[in-house]
Design a binder for this molecule. Structure first.
Ligand SMILES: Cc1ncc(COP(=O)(O)O)c(C=O)c1O
Length: 450
């Protein structure tokens, strides 16, 4: 390992960071992290902090999960790689598919398609949705609907259905035929409606209206996050996702649940769809499937979609999609161990309890600090504070002030994620009561430093 002078000198000099301006990274070097243990990480200067970000919404079980590390090491020794492209498979991929089927059975999802992450999974689901309609003789169904503020990764298909312009504008033109619908964001919306239930109904009406305008026979799929994550933790009213499900069903449109964040317990339920009582046609999962220890994902497919593919005799159900690392044995072994630990520890219940504690504490911070314009969350460990200059005008906070909040919180022993005007909080699901209190206390310091 190179010494700390070398690391600091070369930090961000020879690599471009995702989701960052290269010049800004060179001018303001990122924190160098070197160790993780429990729910804490340690930086190069030996500063130990609680990770209130949970890696990137993915380290649900924390940094010390030996069962996963051991499984990965054993798999590296047994079979470090073999592909599952037509003709071969590996033992752990089979075992994992059986476990995923059991896990997602209540969601009606019975087949897995492995990927190397969330963006990969979104592309697969979008592609399979079009292919499904072609198989069913509805070649005209090619368009995609999604929600404004939704985030679906950065591949071109995912960016095309993305609902946040920063991820789109520099990469246009994107896919044609993608339509973003209003999302049920009570703090800012074109209907000027702050009642969650009424807003959900207005958004559903807008969706119906656009579907009729576009002609349902041209629409392949509707993709949505059960709770919008990267867009700022937008929690729809409980009637919203069931409403989308019903509209999709009535119009022959497939529903893709993007569960890259919400899968595996973060909402307080095992999946975000289950949280709202919805059975999607596809669910894209990744992130916490391996606790962040290996890049891996699984797109789950419902029984009726699977039927259409498996009963095809024309050859058109051939899945000409896949990745070199689809079903990577080390990833599959990591996922098996993660799933076992996730279920054994029943982390969804702790996510619900600690999420309630965190939300209550943040409500008190909102009362105390006028820069908190909006607080969103309350469903498991997905929470955001939207910071404003002024509560009346809702003017977003100056990015420099948001950075001061981040830095002072960090100095007080907790890392949070700043995304635009939002402070995003998504700690590991195994976090304890006292660690949540420590997050609240550090944030109190941070907000005071804005
Ligand atoms: C809802 C959602 N979908 C897709 C993705 C993309 O996943 P990945 O970064 O693993 O490609 C993300 C990543 O944050 C996400 O939050």
């Amino acid at each position: 390992m190179k010494d700390s002078n070398f690391l600091k000198e070369n930090n961000a000099k020879h690599l471009w960071h995702p989701m960052a301006h290269p010049a800004d990274m060179r001018a303001n070097a990122p924190q160098i992290l070197t160790k993780g243990s429990g729910v804490r990480i340690t930086d190069l200067d030996g500063h130990e902090i609680i990770d209130a970000v949970g890696g990137l919404w993915n380290v649900n079980l924390g940094y010390s999960c030996d069962a996963i590390k051991d499984a990965m090491y054993a798999q590296l020794n047994a079979l470090p790689y073999y592909s599952i492209f037509r003709g071969t498979t590996n033992d752990v991929s089979i075992e994992l598919s059986w476990m995923l089927r059991e896990f997602f059975d209540p969601d009606g999802l019975t087949r897995a398609f492995y990927t190397s992450g969330g963006s990969d999974g979104v592309e697969i689901a979008l592609r399979l949705a079009r292919q499904f309609h072609k198989l069913c003789g509805e070649e005209g169904r090619i368009k995609y609907f999604s929600l404004k503020k939704g985030y679906h990764g950065t591949h071109t298909g995912g960016a095309s259905v993305n609902g946040n312009s920063p991820f789109r504008t520099q990469y246009e033109p994107l896919l044609a035929g993608c339509h973003q619908m209003p999302c049920p964001w009570t703090y800012r919306n074109p209907f000027n409606e702050s009642d969650p239930e009424k807003l959900a109904q207005l958004c559903l009406q807008a969706i119906e209206d656009e579907i009729a305008f576009q002609d349902p026979a041209t629409i392949a799929a509707f993709i949505m996050e059960p709770i919008l994550g990267a867009g700022g933790v937008i929690v729809p009213h409980a009637s919203f996702m069931p409403g989308v499900r019903e509209i999709c069903h009535r119009n022959g449109i497939l529903l893709i649940a993007d569960e890259v964040i919400t899968g595996y317990g973060r909402t307080g339920s095992w999946s975000g769809s289950r949280h709202w009582g919805v059975k999607p046609d596809f669910a894209v999962t990744a992130k916490a499937i391996t606790n962040g220890y290996f890049p891996f994902g699984a797109v789950m497919v419902s029984e009726h979609v699977a039927d259409a593919f498996e009963s095809d005799e024309t050859g058109r159900a051939y899945i000409a999609s896949g990745y070199t690392c689809s079903g990577h044995p080390v990833g599959a072994a990591a996922a098996i161990a993660t799933l076992k630990e996730t279920v054994r520890l029943d982390v969804k219940d702790n996510a619900a309890a600690r999420g309630t504690q965190l939300f209550k504490g943040l409500k008190a911070l909102k009362e105390k600090h006028s820069i908190v314009g909006d607080l969103r969350g309350g469903e498991g460990l997905m929470t955001a504070l939207e910071l404003v200059e002024d509560r009346e005008t809702k003017t977003p906070i100056d990015p420099k002030a948001a950075k001061r909040v981040h830095d002072a919180t960090y100095e007080d022993g907790v890392i949070v994620r700043v995304s635009g005007p939002n402070i995003l909080l998504s700690p590991p699901l195994v976090i304890s009561e006292s660690e949540i209190e420590a997050i609240l206390s550090a944030l109190d310091t941070g907000l005071g430093a804005a």
